[in-house]
Write a protein that binds this ligand. Structure first.
Ligand SMILES: [Zn+2]
Length: 362
């Protein structure tokens, strides 16, 4: 099932809406009907939510365009009922850059709020006779629309600046700490603070608002995951591909049969293979393609292999491999030294190496 609806792209960044977002619209319609609302009130509320989410997209674009200044691409921006997510290709390691990328989102909402503050005379609204305030604020007027939009943008700034890593405020906290101490320690502190807030959100969520439960889960898992990534990158720092690669590997010729490959898979633990013509690497044979073709008896290696692959060098940084594995679906790479195949590296091997190194360094 396709989970996202594409809204097109802005500045080369795809904007997607997750299907669950439409549940929010359905919920608004039902909620309004329950309160005895008419078509006009339903449309007014839907228009309001859509405008709020335009502000959310602008917020995420704030992050994305700031990241772009530091040559970090954003794959997509996804809208969920609980907010937006900008999928940055990577998180900047420099504290100053992370700070600027994190703060750019809330700053967009500060600008929108300021703009609204001056276009709608907020003073006029607040100087209303508050005896009639309920009637006044429940009127479907443009002025009220903009007033609520102002409140939502102020709310977005305050909420996002809660120092619950990996929310924006948490990133601001981590980057500020990382200017004073090393990144691993800074992340640990920010992640613990984040998980503390996640527990608070969970309690409030259970008592008052179930949406907070999702946010709590997002923060809890996010803080855990990012803490782990930073720890792993710190462990891998300075280590090279040749230290973690597998050298005991089977290779195939393009004209080998699928039976030969299947026998090797069954009798050993290797799943993916390199295809050699003489000493030259001409392809990679992925496990899923082998299984896909396993019923075709006369299939040859050259019919199943992929000729598009990323070559790694023995002296490449392991951090680079880690980032490749976690940002792409590809998890298996040939390793060469002066154009000659000397081994392979995959996600399982890299994890194995991490487990061993973690024991050695602690
Ligand atoms: Zn943000």
């Amino acid at each position: 099932m396709k989970a996202n609806l594409s809204l097109g792209s802005i500045a080369g960044i795809k904007i997607n809406v997750h299907w669950t977002f439409f549940l929010l619209i359905v919920w608004i319609v039902f909620d309004q009907m329950k309160r005895g609302g008419n078509t006009a009130s339903i449309l007014y509320n839907i228009a309001f939510i859509l405008t709020v989410f335009v502000c959310v997209i602008l917020h995420e674009l704030g992050h994305a365009l700031m990241a772009k200044r530091f040559k970090i691409k954003t794959k997509k921006i996804t809208l969920l009922p609980i907010g937006g997510i900008a999928s940055l290709e990577r998180i900047p390691e420099s504290p100053k850059q992370e700070f600027l990328v994190a703060i750019a989102g809330p700053l967009v909402n500060v600008c929108i709020a300021a703009l609204l503050f001056f276009t709608i005379p907020i003073h006029d609204i607040l100087n209303q006779n508050f005896n009639d305030s309920y009637v006044f604020f429940s009127r479907f007027t443009l002025q009220n629309f903009l007033f609520y939009l102002f409140l939502v943008n102020v709310g977005l700034v305050l909420f996002n600046m809660i120092p619950a890593f990996p929310m924006d405020g948490g990133r601001v906290l981590r980057s500020a700490l990382a200017m004073k101490m090393n990144r691993v320690k800074a992340t640990q502190i920010a992640a613990s603070t984040g998980q503390f807030f996640a527990v608070l959100f969970l309690i409030f969520g259970l008592l008052y608002n179930p949406i907070l439960i999702f946010i709590a889960l997002f923060i809890f898992l996010g803080a855990y995951g990012e803490n782990q990534i930073v720890n792993h990158l710190a462990i891998l720092n300075g280590h090279k591909v040749q230290e973690a690669m597998m050298t005991n590997i089977t290779t195939f010729n393009p004209n080998d049969t699928i039976n030969k490959v299947l026998k090797t898979i069954i009798s050993g633990t290797e799943n993916n293979f390199i295809v050699l013509k003489g000493a030259v690497i001409i392809g990679v044979l992925y496990h899923k393609d082998i299984i896909e073709n396993s019923h075709k008896e006369d299939c040859l290696v050259k019919d199943m292999m992929t000729t598009k692959f990323t070559l790694l060098k023995a002296k490449d940084d392991l951090k680079k491999v880690y980032e490749l594995i976690y940002s792409k679906s590809n998890t298996f790479f040939p390793v060469v030294k002066q154009d000659e195949l000397i081994g392979v590296i995959d996600a399982i091997n890299l994890n194995e190496y991490l487990l061993i190194q973690a024991k050695l360094t602690h």
